[in-house]
Design a binder for this molecule. Structure first.
Ligand code: ATP
Length: 371
């Protein structure tokens, strides 16, 4: 993490805010309000938040979804809070969508995509018999190589074939696995490798590296699961998983499946972490089907902001993260507190108002304490 200025015992953290496209600005607005509410409850910490235009909307204005000057500026911030990027009608000539959020992951070397999935109320899952907290696992997705590695390579649409390359490096895999083991250590101590080592040489290589790294973490219980079987087990027995670590494309697909188990994309936060930089964003896209209606679920964006506060790794920001997570948990304990995606009737801002009100109540009840 970059150094921040210290003034009069005050610690100022700088946050680059990238609202992006579609529902991105709608949910980021609420996440910023929640961070401001946290800031009021904390002692000796403040946040400088500056907004930048990145995404399909920026491309329509300037011809570049991530202008170089913007990139240079945002990389100097302590953390980046992002909404969602890309619009179906705004595409490169090749036909693929603009994905500056993927460019950021690659250019800032954010190799570790952390995606926690938690069930907050039995009504939110399509599975029978699960109570709050009984589905609770983290997907750790490699985010700089794998099957996305040749995604920007030009291709000939009139040729007789097109190829994507699954790139797996020792360095990329080792650092990913070490991060996943550290996360598992702080949780229930179980880590599952998700691969396709029975078919793909790149995945057999991935597994060998996992096995070698696992020797350094004898306290973490490991298993190895093929991605197809894992898709079945996630639906049949999600409670049996704690931390899952996987390749980029598998992680992309499994994240959406996993979000479906806890209420949908509006409930799935994420943090893309590197050794120096980090981007926090809801796992969902720009959801053009509901953009502008004021009904997007802000929970994933607020939980992503909580992950950012935790990552900033100051005792007060960690307290702020705990407050935010507890406010989400206790607000969602009432099944009426839901946006439309979860069968409720609240607007984006009404949902955020409830969580922020709860956060303020928790902070007033226990000033200086973590909930
Ligand atoms: P991307 O590939 O850019 O990640 P996607 O194609 O997976 O995006 P999303 O934009 O995430 O698609 O939307 C998938 C579905 O989930 C859509 O029906 C969308 O309306 C819904 N959805 C996504 N985010 C939210 C949210 N915050 N609140 C409510 N519904 C959402």
């Amino acid at each position: 993490m970059a150094d921040s200025p210290m003034t009069n015992n005050y610690r100022t953290f700088t946050i680059a805010v990238l609202p992006g496209d579609g529902i991105g600005p709608e949910v980021v607005r609420e996440a910023v309000r929640a961070v401001r509410a946290v800031e009021r409850a904390l002692d000796g910490v403040e946040f400088r938040m500056d907004e930048f235009s990145v995404g399909a909307g920026e491309y329509l204005k300037s011809g570049d979804p991530l202008p170089e000057e913007t990139f240079e500026r945002i990389r100097a911030y302590d953390a980046i809070l992002l909404g969602a990027m890309g619009l179906p009608d705004v595409r490169w000539p090749s036909g693929v969508e603009m994905t500056p959020q993927l460019d950021l992951r690659e250019r800032l070397d954010l190799y570790c995509g952390v995606r926690p999935l938690t069930l907050y109320h039995p009504n939110d899952t399509p599975l029978k018999g699960y109570g709050a907290g009984e589905i609770d696992f983290v997907i750790v997705r490699e985010s700089t190589e794998g099957l996305f590695s040749t995604r920007t390579r030009p291709f000939d649409p009139d040729a007789n074939e097109a190829t994507d390359l699954m790139r797996v490096t020792r360095r990329g895999s080792e650092r990913l696995f070490r991060s996943a083991f550290e996360i598992a250590r702080k949780r229930r101590g179980r880590l599952a490798l998700v691969d396709k080592a029975n078919v793909l040489p790149s995945m057999a290589y991935f597994r060998r590296i996992f096995d070698a790294v696992s020797a350094d973490y004898p306290d973490v219980e490991t298993e190895r699961v093929y991605v197809d079987a894992l898709s079945l087990y996630l639906v049949q027995r999600p409670e049996s998983f704690d931390v899952l670590v996987t390749e980029n494309m598998f992680g992309d697909i499994l994240s959406d499946l996993a979000a479906g188990l806890v209420g949908g994309m509006g409930m799935a936060p994420s943090g893309d972490l590197g050794d120096r930089h980090a981007v926090f964003q809801p796992s969902h896209g720009s959801a053009p089907d509901i953009a502008g209606l004021g009904i997007a679920n802000p929970v994933a964006a607020l939980l992503s902001a909580a992950m950012m506060l935790e990552w900033l790794d100051h005792p007060e920001t960690r307290r702020g993260a705990a407050l935010m997570k507890e406010a989400v948990r206790s607000t969602l304990a009432d099944p009426a507190h839901r946006t439309r995606d979860l069968g409720g009737g609240l607007s984006t801002s009404e949902m955020a108002d409830l969580i922020i009100g709860e956060l303020e109540r928790l902070a007033a009840d226990a000033p200086g304490d973590s909930p």
